[in-house]
Design a protein around this ligand. Sequence first.
Ligand SMILES: [Zn+2]
Length: 228
Amino acid sequence: MKHHWKFGLIAGMMLLLPLALATTTITTASAAAKNTTTKTAKKAKPKAKKHYLIVMGHGAGDPGARGNGTTEATFLRKHMLPQLRKYAKKVKGSTITFYNPKKNLVSDTLYHHKGSYKINKKATVIMFHLDAPAGHGGHVIIHKKHPTKRDRRLAKVIKKYVGLNKAYNGYSYRTNLRNCNVLRRRGIDYSLVESGFITNKSDVKHLKKHMAKIAKADIEAITNEHIK
Ligand SMILES: [Zn+2]
């Protein structure tokens, strides 16, 4: 009897041992998980990434201005958008999204009460257009009386690759653009980039020739981040 009892005790302890070990493992694992969670939470909290929404002008049945065998909507989507997307992917410090290229921000806003009415107030909107009917060079339509640092960087890109429109010397502050006024009233920061004249042969030639460099420089100007 005594013998059996002793055996029972040892057997019982042997059964309990893996259980005790397992419990220790679980405790350690959950402690590690807790630590990781705390660390991630601490890291992610203070750095909410800045969101930029890029909008290619016109589209959805609105061709925009015409010139040099193309339209604003086609040129912006076919030549510029793929390059902008390529460099937008390389940005680390900000989030860049694109307004659905099958849609038209202006008509969505003015005729459907969507578009600019639905954009998150914390986002910054960058709109790309081409100018017409006649002239040379680009400029930035700004949302406050004086250009922001971002507007200045965007104007520099135009100056370098296409040239600035002498009529504006880089910037134009306008309050008669209804879509932009919706953004302004809602307190949304924006810049509208007129990259050059679609009707000007030399402007279009420069835009096509340097499109990759322009797109890279524009993304850098928007985010103020250097892309390798
Ligand atoms: Zn336009």
